[in-house]
Structure formats: C-alpha cells, structure tokens
Design a protein around this ligand. Structure first.
Ligand code: FE2
Ligand code: FE2
Length: 292
C-alpha cells in the first residue's frame, strides 16, 4: 500500500514552529551582509548574559589551551571566529532542531549538527575557490542551515522511508530527493525553504536551502551560493558525516565548475581542511560529551 504523508500536516508543523529569538534573526542578517564587522556580532551577543557566558566558557575551555583566561567578549569572538558564535547561538535558540535524532532518516542524535557543521566548513573552503567575488561568510551559514528541513520532515518520513529505500535499490526511483517527492509530495529542501520563510531568513539563505540539491535551478543571482551549499553537502557525506539512510543518495551536479575551481586535488584539500576545523568545533561545542 502506498504510504500517505499529508503535505498539509507538514505545513501545519512548520507554522507551529516557535519563532527564533531576535538575536538569531539579527545575527543571520548581519552575517549575510558582506561588510559586517566584528563589532556587529559583539553587539548582538553582549546584551544577552547567557550567550556571553557561553562564549566565554567555550573560549576558556581546555580545548583551546589558552594560557591567560579571555574575559572580553570582543577577544573571545575574534579568537573563536564567527562560526562557533553562530553555532552557539543557534544551538541555544533552536532547542533540539540540530540535536534530535532524525527518525525517518535513521539519523543518530546530533547527526544533523555534525553533518551541517562539516558541510559549513566545506562550503567556506569551496567559497575560497570561487571564480568571481563571493561571500565566504554567507557560504558558511548556508552550509550550516541547508538541511533544516529534515528536522520537520523526519517524523513524517518514518512511515515512507523503507519503501523509498526499496524503490531506490530496485532502480524505479533515481535518487533520495525524487523519492521524498514521490512518496511525500514534498522534499526536505522545499520543507527547509518553508521553514526559512517562516523564520524570515535572509533571501540568499532561503534560496540556498531550497536549491542545495538542484543548484542549476536556482535564480542566477543565488546560483553560486546554491552550488557552494551543494558541494559542501557532498563533502560532508563523502567524509562520512551524513544524516543516516540518505548518505550519498543524491546526484552530483557538475555545473559547479562554472563557479568554482574545484578539481579532484582541491577537493581532497577541502576535505582535509574541513575535517580539521570540524574536529576542533565538535570538541569545543557543548554537546562534546554526547558525540564520539
Ligand atoms: Fe539535503
Ligand atoms: Fe545535507
């Protein structure tokens, strides 16, 4: 029997998502601006005592091995870099969005965090190889958020996933995204896009989320960013940081060559760099005890 997933129920789940705190929305806006300054980030964090305490606690954790404790938020943020600050703020404001196990994908606890962080670092590396001017900050954030749709979709997808995997294995459906559309009427990229609209993410992030598996279809002004997210996503899967049963079940769009100087050599370099940063990030984030 054909599994039935109601798009209406999915849309209702999105509408019922709590709104993000103003801090997250502001931070995402700031980081989407090419000319943002460190002060802009500091000004968002410093009025929030809990976030300030978290940032200082992380920078002074043994992972960084600093001889003298850092007590200024400015120094802490400049030392840690924007990525960890975004991660801290997002993990603080989105509840279990990134940490909850992804049921339908058979993803373990924190699988989405690990996948998205690895993708984010890869996206930054890819952005450095852009053939035209490109915002690396935006690429990082796009990588971090590209799969948020899986959070809402995973519980619905549970009932259809076995059938999807069967059809992909027998060849009657070409890839995982097509399977989601065929069996649920929507895929996780479209669901992520609806979430991004609900949370009023900046337009480039909304588009990167929507087109991260189909970058060629993105409007021209967002296409390079969508390709960065696409390759970053692939890198995370290649590194074994997938979200479960959909690992490497998506086609690679070679159109990236128009926007980035990514060759097999540079790809190996991207993976190495991303892995080094990923390991550092994982060990300094608050869920360190829960990951292997
Ligand atoms: Fe995805
Ligand atoms: Fe992904």
């Amino acid at each position: 029997m054909e599994p039935k997933i109601s798009c209406e129920n999915i849309r209702e789940a999105i509408e019922n998502l709590p709104m993000l705190s103003p801090n997250v929305s502001r931070l995402l806006q700031v980081l989407s601006d090419e000319d943002y300054e460190l002060d802009d980030v500091v000004n968002i964090v410093k009025y929030d005592a809990v976030l300030t305490a978290k940032v200082l606690k992380i920078v002074n954790s043994p992972v960084f091995g600093l001889l003298n404790p850092v007590t200024s938020l400015e120094r802490a943020i400049s030392y840690l870099g924007k990525w960890i600050v975004v991660s801290i703020i997002l993990s603080d404001n989105t509840g279990d969005l990134f940490s909850q196990p992804l049921e339908g994908y058979e993803g373990q606890q924190n699988a989405l965090w690990r996948h998205d962080l690895f993708a984010a670092f890869s996206c930054s590396e890819v952005a450095r190889l852009a053939k035209q001017s490109f915002e690396t900050e935006l690429a990082f954030t796009a990588g971090l958020l590209h799969d948020i749709g899986k959070f809402v979709f995973a519980p619905f997808w549970k009932q259809a996933a076995p059938e999807a995997l069967k059809r992909i294995a027998e060849g009657s459906i070409t890839d995982y995204l097509a399977a989601e559309r065929a069996l649920a009427g929507m895929d996780h990229a479209q669901i992520g896009y609806e979430m991004a609209k609900h949370w009023e993410f900046p337009q480039p992030l909304q588009q990167a989320i929507l087109y991260h598996h189909t970058p060629q279809n993105a409007p021209e002004e967002y296409r390079a960013l969508a390709f960065a997210a696409h390759i970053g996503d692939m890198c995370a899967m290649m590194a074994g940081c997938d979200t479960g049963n959909d690992g490497m079940q998506y086609p690679l769009d070679n159109g990236y060559a128009e926007y980035f100087d990514v060759t097999s050599n540079s790809l190996a370099q991207i993976l190495m760099e991303a892995e080094a940063q990923f390991k550092k990030a994982i060990s300094s984030l608050s869920f360190e005890e829960e990951v292997d």
